[in-house]
Ligand binder design. Structure first.
Ligand code: ADE
Ligand code: ZN
Length: 326
């Protein structure tokens, strides 16, 4: 079966490092990891919450050293995403997590950009890069990264906000987002994953984000839902991630159908697929099977993913036509 075309809008490149790749890179770059084999590493993939995942996610990044490593990681994701039906991908990168362990920004950006530049020709996937700011680091650190990335001149779509949410509200980053806006960059932020609805309000009102990543806790605030529905603000929802990080108890309890029902502009995404049990196709299959979403609902999700993307109008029209033709 040919998968339905989707845009993937919420994907952390570093979250696509499969255990096998981590061990291979560790060997190649002579990095000591405390796991003898894939089974020992995979046994760690049992998370109590977002922070317990982030601890492993950042630790495993130690294996990424050279531009070639970053290019390989990015290309492997694009190849797998293409098989999942992804035709356009807007991917997050966490430069601070690499700079803080002594990897040069040029090395990181060269590798990722090389793979993204050829994504359409090589994999049939148009793509763009979103620089994610680590919200548990200082606002000054985010500003420094923004300045450095802009000075480098590699094409980027915009900036985002990720990492440990609770205790690090969007308000901390008002100046960084204002500066990014002045640079003509798109703005998105993780909000309402573990954090409260107030963080979604802040992301909208104080940062001026165009999309909210996750956002599922908006359902706790009727006025917020009304605002998001009225403005049709896209929410990039990640069902398997929410289960693995215990944001929801079980895939069968996921609020995606309720969100669709209320008229929210939701799409389905894979977040950190190597850690959470699946790529975009696995997420779509999971919501279809566990939540009983029919063909019409899946088509809405596919259409939403394209209209919420920052792809140019020609590409959007092309992808929407593909979705319409089934
Ligand atoms: N970084 C990588 N994955 C993340 C997630 N699900 N939430 C916040 N920060 C992240
Ligand atoms: Zn995320």
């Amino acid at each position: 079966m040919v998968p339905m075309p989707f845009a993937e809008l919420h994907l952390h490149l570093e979250g696509t490092l499969e255990p096998e790749t981590i061990l291979r890179l560790a060997e190649r770059n002579r990095i000591d990891l405390p796991y003898a084999d894939v089974d020992a590493l995979s046994a760690q993939y049992d998370f109590a919450d977002l922070q317990s995942f982030l601890n492993l996610y950042y630790a495993n990044m130690a294996t990424l050293q050279t531009a070639a490593d970053f290019a390989e990681m990015t290309d492997a994701y694009l190849a797998r995403a293409a098989r999942a039906g992804v035709r356009h991908a807007e991917v997050f990168l966490d430069p601070q997590a690499h700079l803080s362990r002594g990897i040069a920004l040029e090395e990181v950006m060269d590798g990722v950009s090389t793979a993204l530049e050829s994504s359409l020709a090589t994999h049939g996937v148009s793509s763009g890069l979103i620089i994610a700011m680590l919200r548990d680091h200082s606002a000054q650190s985010a500003m420094n990264v923004l300045d450095a990335v802009v000075a480098l001149g590699k094409p980027i779509l915009g900036i985002g906000l990720d990492s440990a949410e609770v205790g690090h509200p969007p308000s901390k980053f008002i100046d960084v987002f204002a500066r990014a806006r002045a640079e003509g960059l798109h703005l998105v932020a993780h909000a309402g994953e573990e954090g409260p609805p107030a963080y979604i309000w802040e992301a909208l009102d104080l940062l001026g984000v165009e999309r909210v990543d996750h956002g599922i806790r908006c359902l706790e605030d009727d006025a917020l839902v009304e605002r998001l529905v009225t403005e049709q603000t896209p929410l990039t929802v990640c069902p398997l991630s929410n289960v693995r990080l215990r944001v929801v108890d079980d895939i069968a309890d996921h609020p995606l159908p309720a969100m669709l029902q209320r008229g929210l502009n939701v799409s389905v995404n894979s977040d950190d697929p190597a850690y959470f049990g699946g790529y975009l196709d696995d997420n779509v299959t999971a919501v279809r099977d566990a939540l009983g979403l029919d063909e019409a609902a899946l088509t809405t999700l596919a259409r939403n993913s394209v209209t919420a993307s920052f792809a140019d109008d020609t590409r959007k029209v092309e992808l929407l036509a593909e979705i319409a033709s089934g």
